[in-house]
Structures are given as C-alpha cells and as structure tokens.
Design a protein around this ligand. Structure first.
Ligand SMILES: O=C(O)C(=O)CO
Length: 265
C-alpha cells in the first residue's frame, strides 16, 4: 500500500462561522485555504423564492469554493426536528426541496444531498413512517440521478431512529437504489455508542460522505477524546477519496487553528 493521501477537508458553513453573513463566511473559509463548503438546508422553507436560491448559488460560485454537500429540507432544526423524509403528509415539501437541491447541484456541481430521516412521530406506526421514507427516498434518488442521496445517523434526539451506521445502511438496502449511501458522521456515531472503527471496516463501500467533530462537545479535532486521525487515515488508506466535512462548533476567532497545532490525534 502506498502513502496515505492528505484528507480533503470541507467546512460546514451552517455550524461554523455563522456569526458572519453568507459571503463573508464563504470568503473566510476560502482564505483559510479550503476548497469546499457544505450546508444544511440554507432556506427558511422547503419552497424558497427563486431570488433566494439564485442568491445562494451566486454566493457560493463567487467564493470559488466547491459545494461538497447540501442537506435537503429538514423541518425546524432548532425545535428538534431532523428531517421530514419519513413524515406522512410532508411528501410535497420534501420533494419540492429535492427539486431545488437538484437545481443548486446542477449549477454548482454538488453531488451529495443529505436526506435527514425524520423523528418518530407520536401516534404513527413506525412501519407507516418507514414506507413513507422508502417512497420519498426512491423519488429523491431518481430526481437526483448522477448524484448521491445520503442517510445520516444522528445523536442528541431520542426520537430520531437512525442511531448507528447499521441503522442507516439497513435503509439504504431497503430502498435499493444505487445512488443512496451512508453519511458517516463520526461524532454522531461515537456519541450514540456505535463502534466507529468497526463501522468503517464493515461499511467502507457504502460510505458516500464523511463529517468530523470531536466528542464530547462537538468541538474541533483535538478538543475531545475521539481518535479522529486514526479513523481518517483508515478511511483514506481504504480508498475513500471524497470530502471530509468539518461539522464542529467553535467559539475561537480562528476555528481552524487545530490544523497546524498538531494537537489532534
Ligand atoms: O442536525 C445535525 O446535527 C446534523 O448533523 C444535520 O446534518
């Protein structure tokens, strides 16, 4: 085996540098030497005005950054919602956001779209929600042909049913579309008690995107106890050549200082 290549880090601009307006945020990321950014759904509703979509596309394009990933509409995140993919009655919103994402992807060359599954709803049969999810994911995968729809295990929300890499891969298998893959967010997996090294080993060929933060605290690499360096090296040595998005919080003036401080494992 040859030398392990350097990771290609992207920056999640929905969690980092959010004190800055969009253009300044993107320019800061570019000036720090990154070549890509990613976003959670960047609009207040699933059906943004054309002018808002164009403003977003223009801002990313003007920054010179690639768009590494985009979440589909996921409901009210601050209120604890994490997606509408499995929510009966929200199909039109989800699919409207898929069409917007397809447009943004075509404009900016983005090929990774994260479809947050949605919390379990009181009074609804989980099987009914899973059937809604299967239908929506198949439709999203068809609309986003040529790109990949991602499924992400998430921590911190008890009602969110995808906790481990195996949970997400089970949905990938159920849907059965070739362009649905696993979003390996090592922070969420570790917080949920999943064995991240084993998940990388077992699901290597299903991993379509990677996100990084340390735990506890969801801080920058080196602020917690996770062996991020070892997991990154394992992914790279195993042939993963996609973006690894920094999806951590930071109150530091320079949220990227850890890269040169050598303090991360
Ligand atoms: O809601 C979160 O924490 C996410 O990571 C969404 O992608």
């Amino acid at each position: 085996m040859g030398p392990v290549p350097d990771p290609r880090f992207a920056v999640n601009c929905s969690i980092l540098l959010t004190q800055l307006p969009l253009r300044a945020r993107l320019d800061t990321v570019r000036a720090a030497g990154f070549e890509a950014a990613e976003f959670w759904w960047p609009f207040p509703t699933a059906t943004p005005a054309d002018a808002d979509v164009e403003a977003f596309v223009d801002a990313v394009r003007a920054s010179g950054l690639a768009l590494a990933g985009l979440n589909l509409f996921a409901g009210d995140l601050p209120a604890g919602e994490r997606g509408v993919v499995s929510w009966p009655g929200r199909e039109d919103e989800l699919l409207a956001s898929v069409r917007v994402a397809a447009y943004v992807g075509a404009e900016l060359g983005c090929r990774r779209f994260n479809a947050l599954y949605g919390n379990r709803l009181p009074g609804h049969d989980p099987a009914e929600q899973d059937a809604v999810a299967d239908h929506n994911l198949a439709a999203a995968a068809a609309e986003l042909a040529g790109a990949t729809v991602l499924l992400e295990p998430v921590s911190g929300i008890d009602a969110y049913p995808l906790r481990t890499a195996a949970d997400a891969v089970a949905v990938v298998d159920r849907v059965g579309a070739a362009n649905v893959g696993l979003l390996l967010d090592v922070y969420h997996l570790a917080v949920n008690g999943d064995d991240v090294a084993a998940a990388i080993d077992r699901f290597r060929d299903r991993i379509a995107h990677v996100q990084l933060a340390d735990a506890p605290g969801r801080g920058a690499p080196g602020t917690g106890t996770l062996p991020l360096r070892a997991w990154i090296d394992d992914l790279l040595a195993g042939g993963y050549d996609g973006w690894m998005a920094l999806e951590h919080v930071s109150a530091d003036a320079d949220p990227f200082a850890w890269r040169t401080e050598g303090s991360w494992r």
